[in-house]
Design a protein around this ligand. Structure first.
Ligand SMILES: [Zn+2]
Length: 185
């Protein structure tokens, strides 16, 4: 690991820990400072403060925790997806999260059913369910948006692109297995 990357990582960790700690201590620090300035007892001040003050003071900490949770969810399943080569052809579409995903299968002859199923692939760009146009991915701070340039379709999600593909791959694989089993193919 390059040392500047390590330093950056440690920097981010320290920065986050300090701001988290600061927000967690805010409900105690603010009344404490206030009691020092006004020269009143900290204990008395705590008892006399209305509940909503505590709620306001604890809000930054709660919001920070929620943001951290969303961001970690958005990072989940981010891996390098290896797409199929030119020997793959379209075998159908699979709907997932209101988007239409193209499923591709290997074009090799004499391939067993099991091998074919385990080798199916998902094309990386989904299509619009309304008009069939390829969607565009926009990465926001706290969510991802899939937008259609042809109609007004927009789909917001916390699922990363790789996580969506990985789920579509598993689900389409299973549905193909069931389809072939039911139809004795
Ligand atoms: Zn559309």
């Amino acid at each position: 690991m390059p040392s500047n990357f390590k330093d950056m990582f440690i920097g981010i960790f320290i920065e986050n820990s300090i701001s988290l700690l600061f927000n967690a201590l805010l409900p105690i620090l603010v009344p404490l400072i206030y009691s020092c300035i006004k020269e009143i007892s900290f204990h008395e001040l705590l008892l006399s403060l209305p509940t909503y003050i505590y709620i306001i003071l604890i809000l930054p900490f709660i919001i920070q925790i929620i943001i951290k949770y969303i961001k970690s969810k958005m990072e989940e399943g981010k891996v390098m997806h290896i797409y199929g080569d030119s020997n793959y052809k379209k075998i159908g579409y699979f709907p997932f999260k209101d988007m239409c995903w193209e499923i591709r299968g290997p074009q090799m002859l004499n391939m067993s059913k099991e091998k074919f199923i385990s080798n199916i692939d998902v094309y990386d760009i989904p299509r619009c369910m309304e008009c069939g146009t390829k969607l565009e991915l926009v990465e926001h701070n706290l969510w991802y948006s899939w937008k259609c340039v042809n109609c007004s379709f927009t789909k917001r999600t916390w699922y990363s692109h790789d996580k969506l593909i990985s789920h579509v791959q598993k689900l389409s694989e299973r549905s193909l297995e069931l389809y072939l089993k039911e139809n004795n193919k």
